[in-house]
Design a protein around this ligand. Sequence first.
Ligand SMILES: [Zn+2]
Length: 84
Amino acid sequence: MSRILFWIALIALVIMAVRSKLRAAVRRSQMEAQQQQRPAPSHPAEIEAMTQCAHCGMYFPSSEAVRADGLDYCSPGHVRLPPR
Ligand SMILES: [Zn+2]
């Protein structure tokens, strides 16, 4: 009788171990899928400061700005025009 109880206990332990392994594997694959769906963070060097044209108010990268009298303009043509 004690042999049967021993085998039942052993089988139950094996089933529980296999279940927990499967659950961990499923959780891991779900996390990997979520990480793949998430877009990679853009490189900080690609982020450029934006500035606004003093005449027309358009936003554009500050590296393309035409500076005059401490103000940023979108084009040389707007430098000659009065600021808003
Ligand atoms: Zn402008």
